[in-house]
Design a protein around this ligand. Structure first.
Ligand code: F0G
Length: 354
């Protein structure tokens, strides 16, 4: 029998800055599928694989970092943890905090987080504080609370989050047997691009891979501070997960881009929604809008002739589509329900079989 996956701390123990006897708080996160993508491979005339992070326990990549951050906070004797969030961090943090008997405190932008993510934090028993402001203001408040009160900050400015999230790069190389030529991902607060780049470099330093990918990051056009080179005070996009105007890891994201010879560009909401639809309808993978920014970016680059043929490309899709069903459904033509009597012929007719 194949042994069960043990979560990213235990699977990649040698790469974790944790004591050997630490009490590991895990939901067996990681070990997510790397799925070959036919549509994207044809479009780029390469081999494209999608890293489906929505398969993590709370439906996003945040679980990789949260297992390490919560394990560390618990080991340090914390009683409460705080985070700012556009939704996924809070869904993940509350799940791990409750397993560790830590009190979760969550600050989210009022009215700007998807219902599914809010439901997760509520079901995990969190105190959710809705702030009149965006993610950037929530992060500022969280930092201040952690500074002045006995609560541990578990946003990605906490280095343990990055240590956990870098394991996605390890998994990609473990499956492909080599590093990709290009790795594509969405960029919000810029922790994840920082983490992937760290993971790719660590595996090369350990001699497990012998090359590094170009890092391609994509922001939403109304929330693209790194692309525009300025803080966006009123970020705007339907992709609420990445609605961030002043990313905490801004400089580290630029380093990942520049050291890898990569790029950080913007995609419009229309491109994001189209990529989300196409990924669902052509590849069978339903992701949330923020996650589709990576796919939208790759599609735009391919259509502009900016992708050389024959490359191996990996694309992270960061969160599950079920977290936010309102955005995609409200941006497509309404679907007329077909209602029939209990009758085979009526069913056949409705299905277009007759
Ligand atoms: N994709 C999704 C689905 C996200 O939730 C986030 C960030 C990102 C991409 C961007 O990752 O911030 O590391 O550059 N969500 C955070 C949150 C901000 O609060 O859930 P990043």
């Amino acid at each position: 029998m194949a042994r069960p996956w043990r979560g990213v701390i235990n699977e990649y123990r040698d790469y974790m800055p944790l004591d050997a006897d630490v009490d590991v708080i895990t939901l067996c996160e990681g070990g997510t599928p790397l799925v070959h993508a036919r549509w994207l491979s044809e479009l780029t005339r390469g081999e494209v694989f999608v890293k489906v992070e929505g398969q993590n326990p709370t439906g996003s990549f945040k679980d990789r970092g949260m297992t390490v951050a919560i394990t560390g906070a618990k080991a340090d004797g914390a009683k409460a943890v705080v985070c700012a969030s556009t939704g996924n961090t809070s869904a993940s943090m509350t799940a791990y905090a409750t397993r560790a008997d830590l009190v979760p405190i969550v600050l989210v932008p009022h009215g700007k987080i998807a219902a599914g993510k809010m439901a997760q934090a509520i079901m995990h028993g969190a105190q959710i504080i809705q702030v009149q402001g965006g993610f950037d203001e929530c992060l500022e408040l969280s930092r201040a609370l952690a500074k002045e009160y006995p609560v541990a900050l578990v946003n990605s400015v906490n280095p343990l989050r990055i240590e956990g999230q870098k394991t996605a790069s390890f998994e990609i190389i473990d499956v492909l047997g080599k590093a990709p030529d290009i790795h594509v991902l969405p960029v919000g607060n810029a922790g994840n691009i920082t983490a992937y780049w760290k993971g790719f470099r660590e595996y090369r330093a350990a001699g497990i891979s012998d090359s590094l990918p170009k890092m391609w990051g994509f922001q939403a056009a109304g929330s693209a501070p790194i692309v525009e080179g300025r803080i966006i005070t009123e970020p705007d996009t339907i992709a609420t997960a990445i609605r961030i105007g002043n990313p905490a890891s801004w400089t580290l994201a630029e380093e990942a881009r520049d050291e890898s010879g990569g790029r950080i560009s913007a995609v419009t909401d229309q491109q994001i929604l189209a990529a989300q639809r196409n990924l669902g309808a052509k590849e069978g993978i339903f992701v949330e809008p923020g996650s589709a920014a990576s796919v939208a970016g790759l599609v735009a680059a391919a259509e502009a002739g900016e992708v050389e043929p024959g490359q191996t490309i990996t694309v992270t899709v960061t969160g599950h589509g079920l977290k936010d069903i309102d955005t995609p459904l409200s941006h497509r033509d309404p679907i007329e329900p077909i209602v029939i009597e209990f009758d085979v012929q009526a069913a056949a007719k409705a299905a277009g079989l007759e």
